[in-house]
Design a protein around this ligand. Sequence first.
Ligand SMILES: [Zn+2]
Ligand SMILES: [Zn+2]
Length: 149
Amino acid sequence: MKHTKKWKMNMNDEVTGGCLCGDFEYRFDRKNVISAHHCHCTDCQKSTGCGKATIVIVPTAALETKGALKFYKVKGTAGSHISRGFCDECGSPVLSRIEENPAVQIIKAGSMTDSSWLEISSSIWSDSAQPWSPVDDRYPASSGNLQRS
Ligand SMILES: [Zn+2]
Ligand SMILES: [Zn+2]
């Protein structure tokens, strides 16, 4: 189901992305990125099927979306409530929202059309990293999560 809504914002450093089938798309300005992290939490491992999720934190006000996602809500390890958004059609995990912090959204880096520019700030939940997907020692690592740090 393709959507027809037009993008509204003007962006200089536009980043686009979306799910695998293209039913859900987003865009934001690269300048608005707050930070990016490798998340080794076990929920990210389960929901991506990978050793970690690389996530990009973007202000909600700076993010434009087209199409709809389905959300699966879980209680985060720090007591917050995380809504994990995925495409109903192709199943791609695209972005997550923290109920207690609606000002930001957490985008899966691999869903961006071009993610080569991304700079990683740190690794989080490094204690639950798997031996086959170790914490990248080029970046600072913390065992806590976004709510605590
Ligand atoms: Zn899709
Ligand atoms: Zn995680």
